[in-house]
Design a protein around this ligand. Sequence first.
Ligand SMILES: NC(=O)c1ccc[n+]([C@@H]2O[C@H](COP(=O)([O-])OP(=O)(O)OC[C@H]3O[C@@H](n4cnc5c(N)ncnc54)[C@H](OP(=O)(O)O)[C@@H]3O)[C@@H](O)[C@H]2O)c1
Length: 312
Amino acid sequence: MRLVRFHAHGGPEVLRVEEAEVPTPGPGQLLVRAEAIGVNFADTKIRAGAAGIFVRPLPFGPTGDVVGSVAAVGPGVTGFTVGDRVAALVAENAYADYALVDAAWAALVPSGLDAASATALPMLAPVAIGVLHAGRVTAGDTVLIQSAAGGVGHLAVQITKLLGAKAIGVVGSPAKADFVRSLGADDVITADAEWPTVDVVLDAVGGSSLTRGLDTLAPLGRAVIYGAASGEIPAVPARSLFGLRSLTGFGITTLREARPDEARADIARATRLIADGKLRVAQHAAFPLSDVAMAHQVLDDRANLGRVLLIP
Ligand SMILES: NC(=O)c1ccc[n+]([C@@H]2O[C@H](COP(=O)([O-])OP(=O)(O)OC[C@H]3O[C@@H](n4cnc5c(N)ncnc54)[C@H](OP(=O)(O)O)[C@@H]3O)[C@@H](O)[C@H]2O)c1
């Protein structure tokens, strides 16, 4: 089978399509024949050799949101049979014809759901739900959503509206504004504009964006940090919190470990919202596995409106 890995850090050109043996599922695992793979921004950081949370041993095969059919079931797995259509976040070697999936976190794909939408079931949509939950967003709140056109961001905008809150999307370039408005955002601003006072800030950019976001919160406001696209995780000035503000964080892996029932409930909720057509997963582009470098280039360029896919 084909497997994408990189042996040195660098630009998208370091991604190589290699030949590899089809892996055998171990205890608790499923072997999935991939139909589509959602490409995540964090893997561009891992590929580029960013520090901290992005460090992985080399060679490395990127993570990804794999949708496909179960080709083999590992020992001890119950609840899945060969042929089931599933979606899962794969922690390594996800860009491939076949991937090994942790059965404990595989989501069954509702019949008839398109592959692009299904790639959001295990991670993007549960993260969007999770960050809004962490920010204790309720009807009437005003929520400032960073990277609002991105994979997680474009879903967070829509879920904010479903919660009855006001969504203000922040985008890196004006070209993304119409897309974010089409998702139902009440307002869209560019990152360099003046930010309004809000109840909740959702931030996966880090750096000065986070400190600025904290200062823009109303009394009793909440900031949620769940990523560091800028590559910087700032020391938070405690004085910002004296205004009755709070800062909290979200990480899907930690949620799965600490509150597995809640993490599963978020996947179930995401599945219902997407299957019912209440939450729309926008597909920006789909590339064949051989054009994996182009898929990463789109994310490097901060050009994506929604999801970028690989099709094996
Ligand atoms: N905590 C978790 O469990 C979890 C899970 C999944 C993802 N994440 C994080 O969530 C974020 C979104 O992930 P995604 O895959 O959906 O990516 P994405 O939002 O589609 O892409 C990242 C976006 O971040 C913005 N960005 C990129 N580089 C930046 C920089 N240097 N400074 C400021 N903004 C920059 C860009 O939007 P603009 O150009 O519009 O600013 C870019 O499009 C990532 O930070 C990711 O690591 C966290």
